[in-house]
Design a protein around this ligand. Sequence first.
Ligand code: C2O
Ligand code: CU
Length: 588
Amino acid sequence: MGTTCGLKIDPLYRYVRALVICFILLPCIQLSLGAKIRHFKWEVEYKYWSPDCIENIVMAINGQFPGPTIRAKVGDTISVELTNKLSTEGVVIHWHGIRQIGTPWADGTASISQCAINPGETYNYRFKVDKPGTYFYHGHLGMQRSAGLYGSLIVDLAEGEKEPFYYDGELNLLLSDWWHKNTHDQEIGLFTNPFRWVGESQSLLINGRGQYNCSLAAKFSSNTSISQCKLRGTEQCAPKILHVLPNKTYRLRLASATSLASLSLAIGNHKMLVVEADGNYVQPFEVDDLDIYSGESYSVLLTTNQDPSNNYWLSIGVRGRLPQTPQGLTILNYHPNSASKLPISAPPVTPVWNDYNHSKAFTNKILALMGTPKPPINHDRRIILLNTQNKIDGYIKWALNNVSLVLPPTPYLGSIKYGLKNAFDQKNPPENFDSINYDVTKPPVNPNSTYGNGVYMLGFNTTVDVILQNANALSANVSEIHPWHLHGHDFWVLGYGDGKFSADKDEKKLNLKNPPLRNSAIIFPYGWTALRFVADNPGVWAFHCHIEPHLHMGMGVIFAEGVDRLSTIPNEGLTCGLTGKMFSGQKN
Ligand code: C2O
Ligand code: CU
């Protein structure tokens, strides 16, 4: 009976199968023809290296510093098998700017999306890149970004698509700052009473290269200084020369992985046209110099229309803090000039560090390119976060609405999904502060704060506003810049303002017409910044100051949304250590 039945159904089954293949699967296969899986096998280990011509240790990937550049196309899947070869520390890597839609366990945040990968173990990061742009990756445990664990991640348009601007060539600059004191030493200092601040970095690096104390800038005109600088180090610290041809347009991709420094970048004699910010197109605008804060990325177009018989300096310098770090330099080399031909004019001077009007003017020019999705006009929830410097048992901390973040041992993603109520504080952290009485222009009257690890549980698909409110730090007349970065989303930057945010006065000033979509935004000293995003990406997402010592001192909050909608979380994302893999015998 069964067989007769089977025989009868068989032709129909084959017909249906053919239909399915022709009309449903084939187009899918064709659509994804261009999309690739890009496999990488990486090993993280400490290595001796001379990033600024002084030998030190760095966190290298496959023996390289900075780590290898990942280049992919929209639609591709990136697969990084990361093996921890450090002898005594865990490690994770975060893919900064990639939203991880559908793969929150691949976000690479220790204690949030996964356990730190133990020494000797391997974690497989597998995620799709869905948006073209300039991104980077970095360590997200302790101060491993400061230790040099970072590299570039560039996503090109899918085959056949066109950028909304033209360029002939591309140059990629990953910016960072570098300390001679190792990060363990730095970290202990931050958790010591009396507090020991990390101080200003010794060098600024461009693609992992700087020249400590070489005074390239001061002695730019003497040919001996540059050769001395080169002699002092190995190949590892020689500036990466930017080779260009006259009368062409280049796309400079810039990303800042600094631990602390806010930077200004300029190129002698040349203007730059800003076209991309954090993986989103912006209305093009021209600048002589550009501010770039930790966690931000930009693309600028540079036209090589200056005297082709000269070379030109590209310089980066510190903004927002009294600079004690020399400028980082490299040379824009017009071919066929020799790369060692020094520019005839001095490197561009960085604007005065505390000229905030200059920075504000730049920031306010960043607007979305036409066609960028617009924000919903109303918000469902508004969280106001007061940024303060505080004390807990005499230790200096940063806090949001008086809560200083300390991450729990069990990662949030698994504990929320499986309802492990003891894994973290179940109370919602404060939505606001006493905005009537708190004076943001003075040091906190009561500097005492508390530790916390609660989560802002966001309703799925709701529109969330975050108002970041800056304030005075512990010492009088000090308020710092903080570059805030959100995981899992882009947000619209609705506006910036001075003083205390007031719903009555400031609401109508918010830009709902063409606010830029970004994943990072700063708060200026004594100012506020208004952001909006839609909580539509199931996962647990960090939102924090991208200054690494500040994050380490508690300057962050955790958002979660739609975790119940995730059908599975790979075992690797749930368990710490190899156990999970051994039991399941599978790899995600
Ligand atoms: Cu690039 Cu959580 O940061
Ligand atoms: Cu900060």
